[in-house]
Design a protein around this ligand. Structure first.
Ligand code: AMP
Ligand code: ZN
Length: 320
């Protein structure tokens, strides 16, 4: 079994001498910080949860103020064509989500309702819309930047925030199907990207320390699909293209990646034809902050009520 395997069982157990202690997920649900749906990894968030998320976003804006980043916001969906260009399906077909809709006539509508009435599958009555869910917050920006022509001489930094979708149902609250990524994305020369990533590895660790969270940074690899994927993952590790900032959050599990520091080399630059001012292919990199995971780490280490958190932590978050 891998680390993502479902190891805990809902529904919530009642109190009793032989009952195991509540899991972190159960604790969060009981405290009203997250709201359960009947889907693993899909939760509602309370006002307290959102105020911590807002505080984190404000802190990330503050520490990135010198980046002169262009703010780009997209809804959590992108065009199927851009998604195909990204080659996401080559690497992570198991994580992708697509949007389908009913496109039929009245007869088709009656058939759809009859299926539901008979408790049969009705989803084959839906057709693709040409819209897919955003898998990582930076994906929608590459085609936008590419359409503008060559990058400025000094390259460019973009600030993005989006809900993302990944089909990885789990009972670990840190592994959601829809969650927010805040990112700074850098496009430019290889030297610019390498320096950008180092800067943000330092800043990410400083933010973690300011939030008084136990952390470590390690080289990482993504869950590339299939047998071929193992080779890609090994090479990602060997070339040190991805680092993660890890914080212990789930009881008895290895620490959770709460930020990632990525160097894509010329992968996206080549796919979307993003050019440097001198005519070369742009390199790209990004720092990604997992907003939900950072909120969950703060709640885990400082307690479920932010009013009782250390003053310095609350100040870093702008006074939650
Ligand atoms: P990645 O694009 O995989 O490097 O993800 C960037 C950040 O998003 C990670 O460091 C996590 O903090 C967060 N993240 C990734 N997957 C999930 C998930 N399933 N649930 C919650 N947060 C996630
Ligand atoms: Zn990214």
């Amino acid at each position: 079994m891998d680390a993502h395997a479902l190891t805990e069982a809902l529904p919530l157990g009642g109190a009793g001498a032989a009952e195991p202690p509540p899991t972190y997920l159960e604790t969060l649900l009981a405290a009203g910080l997250l709201f359960e749906t009947d889907v693993r990894g899909l939760y509602g968030r309370s006002a307290v949860f959102e105020s911590i998320a807002d505080g984190l976003n404000a802190a990330i804006t503050r520490i990135g103020a010198d980046q002169q980043a262009e703010v780009l916001r997209f809804p959590p969906a992108m065009s199927q064509t851009d998604f195909e260009t990204s080659e996401y399906l080559k690497s992570f077909p198991q994580l992708a989500g697509t949007i389908h809709s009913f496109c039929g006539d009245e007869r088709g509508h009656r058939r759809l309702l009859a299926r539901i009435e008979d408790k049969q599958d009705w989803t084959d009555q839906q057709a693709p819309t040409g819209v897919v869910l955003t898998p990582a917050a930076c994906y929608p920006i590459y085609p936008v930047i590419a359409r503008r022509g060559p990058l400025p001489e000094a390259g460019k930094v973009v600030d993005v925030l989006s809900y993302c979708y990944r089909h990885e149902p789990s009972l670990e609250p840190t592994r959601m199907q829809m969650f927010r990524q805040r990112e700074y994305v850098c496009l430019g020369s290889p030297e610019r990207i390498v320096a950008f990533r180092q800067l943000w590895m330092d800043r990410g660790q400083q933010l973690g320390r300011d939030l008084q969270l136990p952390l470590e940074v390690d080289v990482a690899n993504d869950p590339f699909f299939g047998r071929g994927g193992k080779i890609v993952a090994d090479s990602q590790r060997e070339l040190k293209l991805k680092f993660e900032l890890l914080i212990p959050v789930n009881d008895g599990a290895s620490p959770t990646a709460c930020m990632s520091f990525n160097y894509h080399m010329d992968h996206f630059g080549a796919l979307w034809h993003i050019g440097l001012a001198d005519g070369g292919v742009a390199h790209t990199g990004c720092v990604g902050f997992g907003i939900e995971r950072l909120v969950l780490a703060l709640l885990k280490h400082h307690g479920l009520d932010p009013a009782n958190w250390p003053q310095a932590v609350r100040e870093t978050l702008g006074g939650v």
